[in-house]
Design a protein around this ligand. Structure first.
Ligand code: B12
Ligand code: SF4
Length: 446
């Protein structure tokens, strides 16, 4: 038996529980090769229940997802299970493990092997090699210890035909227990991934380095087949398209929408996209809306062209205004994400961002102080300044805030200023007041 474990995320929000889609993809791929596995989502399964089933099932191989924010839970889980059975092989995968593989293998002895990047084929080949006691050096895309050396094998080629992957498997999970807060109501939600990667390379983001510097996508038929299956089989009507950049391929996105309409699927969904895909694209926005897209989350980041250029965002302030206008006209709501504290931030750039908030009037807003994640260009640059160092990831701390130019207090104040700009603009005094209280109490609203 093989275990696939999603550690806790550490941010308990009863209105937003997300399925471990990556593990569901790996399980589906293993099933297609007639290999059985069991997914345990520690967001919904207790540690005691994990121990109970571990003792009963006696898995020999345990795969654990290791993202940056849940890495300490991933390390703890590895330690716990290795204590229960020192003979198991523990395999780590996902973004943090892929970026920090050397550090993990050097410092966390319980982890035996790390899969770098996309997991399906690599994990399957690794299992086959372990079962047959074959030389692991022949498995592409992994890192492991051998005679006190760390061996990195040839890099794994990305899966170009994503339609060849089976739909994610929910055989061990209750697909209907994952939820999202939609219009103030908790609804059952299904996360769907229609493409992988992103053709851009924003300095703070690890997407392109992780997924292989290119945007790969599923066909519209394949995507809508999955939506239809989930809708008809489970009655689920709310979907989040969690691609990094769903709007990148306009023709394909339009085809998906038209297919949803022609199959008469009555669904609501939201997407993440980039503004320049929608700027001056009235018809594109209308087609999205007709298919059920009620919200687009745009990574706007800043209203200052200087900051946008500094983070290599490859978008203009005018495109932000145009895209938001077009979405509003089509009846699609906007969730605008902003960042505070990127290189070159000043009172002037913050004022430019305040101005853009007043112009675009987003329906929802998220403002975060720039956090530095491994696998990003920003991490490498701040390491050169001796601001970041790898040791940080061994501590039980959140990713560092970018305080290279300004203090945390100043960044918090700017963050608050931007949030207040929106709430006061909307005359939403209740939320503005709540935010002030939260700030006074010292809440960390990253
Ligand atoms: C949906 C989503 C969320 C959902 C939750 C998703 C979940 N189930 O955990 C929500 C909205 C809650 C969320 C929150 C956050 N997220 Co998020 N999220 C995503 C998103 C957009 C999609 C995830 C997904 O389903 N991907 C598709 C599947 C197929 O990919 P995958 O999960 O990576 O799995 C593949 C590989 O990683 C690998 N793999 C994964 N696990 C394992 C295990 C083993 C054993 C093996 C071998 C391989 C393996 O194989 C899988 C199949 O190929 C990704 C970006 C992206 N496109 O992936 C960001 C992403 C994962 N999130 C990210 C971040 C930063 C956050 C937040 C910190 C944001 C914030 N500031 O609040 C929080 C953190 C919450 C927490 N405490 O963990 C970063 C993580 C970076 C990092 N170094 O860890 C990502 C990568 C975005 C980015 N490019 O920066 N997120
Ligand atoms: S932030 Fe968005 S647009 Fe930029 S590289 Fe990451 S996924 Fe692509």
């Amino acid at each position: 038996m093989i275990y696939l474990i999603a550690p806790q995320k550490g941010t308990k929000r009863p209105d937003n529980i997300s399925a471990p889609v990556g593990l569901c993809y790996i399980q589906a791929y293993l099933l297609s090769k007639k290999i059985d596995s069991k997914i345990i989502d520690l967001e919904i399964t207790s540690k005691d229940d994990l121990i109970k089933s571990f003792k009963k099932d006696k898995p020999k191989i345990v795969g654990i997802s290791c993202f940056t924010d849940n890495r300490q839970y991933a390390f703890e889980t590895a330690k716990l299970l290795k204590q229960l059975n020192p003979n198991i092989k523990i395999i780590f995968g996902a973004h943090h493990a892929s970026a920090m593989y050397k550090q993990i293998l050097e410092n966390i002895p319980e982890v035996d092997i790390i899969v770098i990047g996309e997991g399906e084929i690599t994990f399957y080949e690794l299992i086959e090699a372990l079962k047959a006691n074959k030389d692991l050096k022949n498995v592409d895309g992994i890192v492991f210890r051998e005679d006190n050396e760390i061996v990195v094998t040839k890099s794994r080629k990305p899966i170009m035909n994503l339609d060849s992957l089976p739909f994610p498997s929910y055989k061990d999970l209750d697909v209907k227990m994952y939820s999202w807060n939609f219009n103030g109501v908790n609804v059952t939600n299904y996360d769907i991934v229609t493409s992988r990667g992103c053709p851009y390379a924003c300095t703070y983001c690890s997407s392109s380095s992780f997924w292989g510097h290119m945007w790969r996508f599923r066909s519209s038929k394949n995507v809508v087949d999955e939506i239809e299956l989930i809708n008809k089989k489970h009655g689920i009507k709310h979907f989040r398209i969690v691609d990094d950049n769903f709007t990148a391929g306009k023709d394909r996105a339009i085809e998906i929408c038209k297919e949803i309409v022609s199959r008469n699927l009555k669904i609501d969904f939201w997407i993440q996209g980039r503004v320049q895909s929608l700027a001056n694209e009235d018809e594109y926005a209308q087609v999205l809306k007709k298919a059920g897209c009620y919200l687009i989350a745009f990574g706007i980041e800043s209203g200052s062209q200087k900051i946008l250029d500094n983070i290599n965002k490859k978008q203009t302030v005018q495109q932000i205004i145009d895209a938001c206008n077009i979405c509003k006209k089509a009846g699609i709501k906007i969730n605008a994400y902003f960042m505070v504290g990127n290189d070159g931030e000043t009172c002037k750039t913050i004022n430019e961002t305040r101005k853009i908030i007043k112009i675009i009037k987003p329906d929802e807003i998220g403002v975060s102080i720039t956090q530095i994640y491994p696998g990003t260009n920003m991490y490498e640059e701040t390491k050169k300044l001796n601001f970041c160092d790898d040791d940080h990831w061994l501590k039980n701390e959140r990713p560092p805030l970018n305080t290279t130019e300004h203090s945390k207090v100043k960044l918090r104040l700017w963050q608050l200023t931007l949030l207040m700009t929106k709430y006061l603009n909307d005359k939403n005094l209740y939320t503005a007041f709540k935010l002030l209280i939260k700030t006074y109490l010292g809440s960390d609203f990253r």
